[in-house]
Design a protein around this ligand. Sequence first.
Ligand code: IVH
Length: 661
Amino acid sequence: MKNRLLELRQLLHQYNYEYYVLSQPTISDYEFDMMLKELQQLESEYPDLYDPTSPTNRVGSDISTDFKQVKHSFPMLSLGNTYSQEEVIDFLNRAKKLVPEDMEIVCELKYDGTSISLTYEDGMLVRAITRGDGEQGDDVTANVKTIRTIPLRLQGQDFPKTMEVRGEVLMPWNVFERLNQEREEQEESLFANPRNAASGTIKLQNSKEVSRRKLDAYLYSLLGTQLPSKTHYENLQLLKSWGFKVSDAVKVCKNIDEVFEFINYWNVERKNLPVATDGIVLKINSLAQQEELGFTSKTPRWAIAYKFQAERACTRLNSIDFQVGRTGAVTPVANLDPVQLSGTIVKRASLHNDDFIQGLDLYIGDMVYVEKGGEIIPKIVGVDLDARLLIGDKVRFISKCPECNTTLIRYDGEAAHYCPNQMYCPPQIKGRIEHFVSRKAMNINIGKESIELLYSKGLINNVADLYSLTLEDLISLERWGQKSAENLLKSLEESKKVEFHRVLFALGIRFVGATVAKRITNQLSSMEAISSATIEQLMEIDDVGERVANSIVDFFSNEQNVDIVNRLKQIGLQMEGEKSEELISDKLSGFLIVISGTFSQFSRDELKLMIEKNGGKNVSSISSKTSFLVAGENMGPSKLEKAKSLGLKILSETEFLNLLK
Ligand code: IVH
């Protein structure tokens, strides 16, 4: 068994490298997951074989950590940077004056993430530190271990005994977009760009969440007292041979023309890369020449960053619209004179919130700079004060809802203003209906304009009213024929089959996005159970924190909401979870089981599912009726105390899994 454990570790390191670094997987995801689970099981049986570089560290843990500050063995300096090609020529001329021999220049992409310094001892990753203030940074080793492209153990033999490798941690564009979409659903503030998302993620207290966010890393330098090669380029190639992800976009240039060829090529081609880049880094190749050139107080004289111009335009600010969303949040949007920017015509830009507007000190009629840099949505980055005519008013945030005139409120600690008139404010009513019918929710075949029309005719005022619409109602509307009316009615009928978790999501409860709705219905299998759950019961569910729990309790304490949900139930929407698949066994039948704490092999949700599949019932609080408690790490002392005082049987995760074998 011990041999199997060691073999699994080695195989999983190899498969991980093939999948993430080479992008050439040799086994299926399923096989990989199964082997990882097997390894986790074996590691829990043989704790004496603990290895901090085991592939099981990639999944992270729920235990939160405060970061230790660690001093860098070599300070982490920054690069001098420029936007001008002349200054690149000046830099090379200066270097040539100081070093008369021939000089090679390595050109690399400048990755736009957050820098990291990795220490390896005897080929094992022992520490990962953020840049911090350059002298010392945070020890984020547990988080960095979840990054699949960073080797925990090096390949080959010829690496230095102790070495430091530096590079950039990045969040790929597709991961960034997905994360922001999820955050939008849960009404969390959005990351402005992948750089902020990467640096926010690497500093998270919970490495499991870091693991879920799928960061990537490119390495760009090797440091140590005895380096294997005398040139930067060869050291990079060695890093690659030890299993690191080193970009292929690296070129040794012999002259200025080759440097500019590289710059011009990548200024266009970088738009096709999966990660954000913001320039090119030029480095003198020879380490001896680097030493000769040395450093100024802050930056090396042997390297410079040429930064790409963020695409920017200047245009007139004509007016501001304040839009009210389905949750009552008010978003200010700037209306601009149309202007060409990065291949699209920009007419509007978000102004986010009051703080953002105050920061810009805007007046209507101002000429404003609009940029589309790392961001997807164009934003106003400044005002051309020289062109200010001061003929328009200062832009101020409104105090009343533009739609229903209710006084806006701003919650403590939140940047947004809200209209609290949830039940009667028209865009909130229409917004809730639009959300209800959307594809990820009830998937009902009706567009925004039709909802607007039905609402304005007084035919729908809430989501339940949709199901009272008749063929006559619909065909009497402008531009509605028999066919489209029948389609809508058919689609409404179909929606009665939509699964329970999507019905919960469709209700539009604040902070209950599609993923959270699924988690909740996994645990509480009917609308009845959810509506009567306490804050504490709700908070026992993975991903449900105080904010979500409060919002659910709030929602169901409103009579109008309860009334709508009851009507939906009578109409025949799914208000109960589809029973999870067949039982695997009835080993736990009749048992009431409490799960508490954090676990290493399975998530709490997975353990709960196992209980259900084996005929048991998972309950949230300990009482004399509880059959036993499965205790993970970090469980609350009061719970443990209570279990002991009742004389309850307490099982560890492994004991519980053995019970099911
Ligand atoms: S070399 C002495 N190479 O740019 C500094 N840096 O100020 C050596 N960066 O935040 C840095 N891509 O993390 C180097 N190919 C690359 C890079 C790179 C991105 C970042 C670095 C730092 C900033 C430099």
